[in-house]
Structures are given as C-alpha cells and as structure tokens.
Design a binder for this molecule. Sequence first.
Ligand SMILES: Nc1nc2c(ncn2[C@@H]2O[C@H](COP(=O)(O)OP(=O)(O)O)[C@@H](O)[C@H]2O)c(=O)[nH]1
Ligand SMILES: [Mg+2]
Length: 385
Amino acid sequence: MLGGRRVGKSTILAGVMETLGNSAALSSHFICEDSTDYKAYSNFSIKKKYRALTSMLDTQKPGTIFMTRGMGDSKIQKYNISIRLSDKPGRLMVDFYDVPGEFTNPQKVEFQSEMLPLISDCDVFIVGIDTPYLMECAESVNNAHNRITDLEVSLQNIIVKGKTDLKMVMLVPLKCEKWLECGDIDKVIEKVKERYGVLLKTLSAYPSMMVSILPIATVGGIRYKQMYPAMIVKRDGIYTGYSCTPEVGSEVVVGDGGRYKIQSPYSVGYDPEAKVDGVTIPNSWYELIPGVGYAPKNCEQTALHILRFLIVKTMLKQQENEKASDGFFGYIRGAMNIFLNWWNGIDYDAFKNLVAELQKEGKIKDSGDGIELYHICNEWKEVEL
Ligand SMILES: Nc1nc2c(ncn2[C@@H]2O[C@H](COP(=O)(O)OP(=O)(O)O)[C@@H](O)[C@H]2O)c(=O)[nH]1
Ligand SMILES: [Mg+2]
C-alpha cells in the first residue's frame, strides 16, 4: 500500500475487513481476520483506527467542520490478514505492507533498504489517493502530498519475472464521498488520469500488468468541506498538538470541531511540519452529510479484485506448469513453484468457484461508481473464470 502520508492507506484495509465480513451480499461467504502482531508497531490496530474515524459520525454535530487526521506511522507496518471461507477449512493469509509516504521517495535511505526489496516481492500495489488534494489543490501541492512523482519513479522497480508473473496496481481514490454523493465521481477519475497520467502509461506498458482505478468511500457520512492553511495552537509561544483553522476575529476551530477564543497565553501559528519536500500542505476539513451515517461504498471491491487476481495468477501458473510438465524438467519446475504452494492447506477450488460465481453475478465490479479496469494485459484475457 503506497501513497502519501495520512491519505488513508491503513483505512483501506480496515474498510475491507469491515465490509468483506459484514456486507449483506458477501458475509455468508467470507470471514476476514486480523492476526497482526501490533506489539511490534504502534499498538493501535486498524480496527481501533477505523473506530476512531467512524465514531465521528456520532460525536460531530451537523453544521460544524472538523479534521479526521490521526497519527501517522513512521515505519513500514506489516498487517497479517486472513480470509476464510465460512464453510471450508484453511485460511488464505495475505500480508499487507503499509508504507509511510516518505519512504516512496527514491532519495531516501529507507527506499533503498526497505522499499526496493518489498517492491520486488509484492504482487499487488494499492496506491491510496487523497481525493480532496487531487481535486482542490494546486498541482504542486497535490503532487507533493500524494507523492505522485515519487510513485512514478519507485513503481518502475516492479519486477515481472515472466509471462505468468502477473502484477496488479490499483489506484484507489479515498475520501471521495463529496464527489460520489453528487454524481461527480467521473470528474475524479478524469483528474486521476490527468495527474497520474505518466504513472498509468508507464505501468500499462509493462508486460503482465493489470492497472485499475477503484474509488471507495470508507465511511460514507463524512464529506470533504474545505482546505485551510495548516495552523497550530501555541501556548506561551510553544506549539501544542492542536491543529486549528486560521483565526477569524480571535476565534478558531480546532481539529475536533470545538470552537475556541484565542487569548493569552495562547496564540496561533503556521504548522512547521505541514511541509512535504519544501511544499506547504494545507489541512483538509470535513463535515457530516446529514442523514447518511455509516455507509461505506465499494470497500469490499478492493478485496474482491485482489482475490480474483490471485486466482487468475494461479490459473496462469497452472497452465504454464501443465505445458511444461512432460519429463523430469517439468516436474522440477512444478515442485519449485512457490506461488502454487501458497495455496497449501486451502481449498483452492472452493475459492476459485466462489470468485467465478461472484464474477458471474456481477458482484465483482469493473465499472460503475468510477471503477475502471484501465489496462488489461493479454495474459489476463487468456484465462476464463
Ligand atoms: N474524512 C475521512 N478521513 C479518513 C478517511 N480514511 C481515513 N481517514 C483519516 O485519515 C487519517 C489517516 O488515515 P490512515 O489510514 O492512517 O492513513 P495512512 O497514513 O495513509 O495509512 C486517519 O486519521 C483517518 O481517520 C476517509 O475516508 N474520510
Ligand atoms: Mg498507515
């Protein structure tokens, strides 16, 4: 999972967990569990993070503005997510790596030491896009916050080891409730194609690469309201942790939505940390959408697209193995195929049949709500689910 800092990468995963196990249409099939060892990280599970976000639906009042930004992560976090079929033994273990935005910068030491090995190991790349910055900010601000140039360079390091070594990149616009709500999601997709044009073209030229655009609403009832310069409340001239709007009169709104009168010993100053590569980044403020509440949209599609990808990749590998399976050499190739071993102890056929069934029923969406398969590789077309 790649993208800028705090664009909502971890939340994509939380949304998947919540909806794959709970959505009425799918819950009878899947059980999704998080077996991440949080002690090694921030101790703040994706579930807790997600609760903190969705609880704003209850704690915020209509007509007020607030921020949804919580703590960022400073190292790569590995989430161990398992997906089970409710009526079959064996769990499909999927490891997700949530990469801090700044690691995508090829100039960083961490890029060489931590990102490069990951990029060559991973099969699926989820690029989170902070939609308000994409839609409302100057190109330089959007580029810095969403790390577009860094992504263009870093994703050139994806390694395809052969025709059947399928890879997939999903661009996932987040926090796009505002545009989904008023039927303007196509404008978001248009802008994605414009601003991520170089990345999309480079990726599409790769062999065995699937590229898709998949906007999701992780909450539903919270929409983007406006950008304000990033200000912080100071006490006796020292920065507190409270982000706020610029002063109007002597009043500010702090991140939690409260209104405060600024008077001695308090004052307000520009947030010195609101910079990416020297570019000053404003804060995005949100409001409730009256009467909507918790209404995530298409979160489960992220997982369904990944599952379908894994099945197709496996089918391609199998075909390759069958072709090469005459003689001793073929046997060796088959036995050494790590990817196929990956399904050990899991009822692969049951997964495959279910994905094929969901595909037939139109439950894996490739269009509508802005969803688009931007580039379909030839290998993908060779396989029929
Ligand atoms: N308004 C809004 N805020 C979100 C959404 N998704 C995530 N956030 C907030 O954005 C912050 C960063 O999210 P997180 O998933 O930790 O981002 P990451 O740094 O990219 O992994 C968190 O405080 C979330 O509450 C969303 O869909 N809408
Ligand atoms: Mg994160």
